[in-house]
Design a binder for this molecule. Structure first.
Ligand code: J2J
Length: 466
């Protein structure tokens, strides 16, 4: 389930794991910088002291509801201040936020309820009450939060991150990125996603005593005025948003622009400094753990053409048949509920990413797994295929990724029809009716008589893509 003791010992001895809980990050910063602005959400703002007090009040409310140590709580909120206060309150009582993405709808929420058995839900859908156990704050080795896997085949899996490992994740990231009390970080991507949460993200900014500015949309119309008004100097984006920002060609006064989630094209990378006036950092990360960053003092070629190198000196990486495998002080050893295929016997996580090493830096070249990376949004192909099989006009379906200038790739549903062939609108209406996140809807539909098969009879997705 967790790290073998010899590894845990080493991570503790070397000071990577400091036996701190995530709830203490805010408390420490509130002691050091009580009057410093911690959080901005529209016209609402909180100093560290105020945010700390609010968090304690919410934690009291949770305890009053009987929510405590080890209880899982489904958090389905956009980038509003409440997700921050609730998260810290949950960390403090030792309950475990399970982060649904804001784009998720009934289907995804139903899956998460089933997979996580949460005792409560905070968001817009309903959740019946379940048995509750009262606890009294976490142990640093406890699971602190659960993230959703974007990297696996089938349904998204739950990723249990402990206080120890995630505190290291965000602290080491904040140090590498030079975050300090003058950092003003714009959360443009969902706080519920690993990138904006802890790489260094919102939590790394709080650790450093900086200011977090929340934003519910990363569109230039929303984000740019906020950047100017709040003097934002760091943020994180996925590549398609970078292209949208570049189209506006406006100097934003940012010090640092982190880009990750899918492959950033070299041409776009080279335009960032001249057109947006900020330094680029490529981030190749995964909610399972391993983070690769280009460094702020790397030569241009490294920053423009690679996805960086592991954050920790204790990260172990190896490339097996082109696939990156990793283990280390903040990479999980198993998913919640177990999954043996994704991990090797010696505890390495099989990322499913095809990479090459270029003088110490990683370059992501492709993927082994059946996931479509739609500009950073991960589409679990099997999940959507299974849903589409329920459509009366669908006899069989295979969803493949096809190249897209803007998104990197988009989704194409290859369908063998049952009678009259379905249109894209048929399928989109059907999936929308089931309550599926919009990014999973097929971008196009192709009707076929049969599927090419591999020697063992599986659908040959490579041949389908030709
Ligand atoms: C190519 N592919 C990338 C990159 C992730 C920071 C940044 C991103 C994520 C994330 C994250 C990529 N170039 N720069 O958690 O903290 C693809 C890989 C990887 C998968 C993980 C973070 N950066 N990817 O995207 O868990 O295929 O995390 O295995 O959502 O995204 O997806 P996810």
């Amino acid at each position: 389930m967790t790290w073998p003791e010899e590894f845990a010992q080493r991570y503790r001895d070397l000071g990577l794991w400091r036996a701190r809980t995530l709830g203490s990050i805010l408390r420490d910063s509130a002691e050091k910088w009580p009057e410093h602005t911690a959080l901005v959400d529209g016209d609402r703002r909180w100093t560290y002291r105020e945010l700390d007090t609010w968090t304690d009040r919410v934690a009291g409310g949770l305890r009053g509801q009987g929510i405590g140590r080890g209880d899982r709580v489904l958090v389905h909120l956009p980038n509003i201040a409440e997700i921050v206060a609730l998260s810290f309150a949950l960390f403090r009582v030792g309950a475990v936020p399970v982060y649904a993405l804001p784009q998720h709808r009934d289907t995804e929420i139903a899956h998460l309820r089933q997979a996580a058995s949460p005792v409560a839900y905070f968001g817009s859908a309903d959740l019946p009450e379940a048995d509750r156990v009262v606890g009294d704050g976490p142990d640093p080795a406890d699971v602190a939060l659960m993230l959703l896997s974007g990297g696996t085949t089938g349904l998204p899996k739950l990723i249990p991150r402990t206080h120890n490992d995630y505190e290291y994740n965000l602290r080491a990231s904040a140090e590498l990125c030079g975050f300090d009390e003058n950092t003003r970080y714009l959360a443009a991507l969902p706080v519920a996603h690993n990138f904006a949460l802890g790489c260094p993200g919102v939590l790394g900014t709080f650790w450093a005593g900086g200011t977090v500015v929340l934003c519910t949309s990363a569109d230039p119309e929303t984000a740019f005025p906020l950047i100017h008004r709040e003097k934002v100097n760091a943020t994180a984006l996925v590549p398609p948003l970078v292209l949208v920002w570049l189209d506006q060609a406006e100097h934003l006064g940012l010090r640092l622009l982190q880009v990750g989630g899918s492959r950033l094209k070299e041409e776009a990378a080279r335009r960032i400094r001249p057109e947006l006036g900020c330094e680029l950092q490529q981030v190749y990360g995964m909610a399972e753990g391993l983070l690769n960053y280009t460094h702020l003092d790397d030569p241009d070629d490294v920053v423009f053409t690679t996805q960086g190198r592991p954050l920790s000196p204790l990260d172990e990486i190896r490339v097996v048949d082109g696939e990156l495998q990793t283990r280390g002080p903040y990479t999980i050893r198993t998913y919640f509920g177990g999954d043996f295929d994704s991990f090797t016997e010696d505890g390495f996580y099989r990322t499913g990413d095809l990479v090459r090493l270029e003088s110490g830096n990683l370059v992501v070249e492709g993927r082994k797994k059946d996931v479509i990376n739609r500009g950073g949004d991960k589409i679990p192909v099997e999940e959507v295929e299974n849903l589409l099989l329920g459509h009366p006009k669908v006899h069989d379906v295979a969803i493949i990724g096809v190249p897209d200038e803007f998104l990197g790739e988009r989704s194409c549903a290859c369908v063998i029809a049952r009678g009259e062939p379905p249109t894209r609108r048929d399928l989109v209406t059907y999936l929308t009716g089931l309550g599926v996140a919009a990014f999973k809807l097929p971008d196009q539909v192709r009707v076929l008589e049969s599927f090419p098969r591999t020697a063992v009879g599986k659908v040959d997705r490579k041949a389908l893509a030709l």
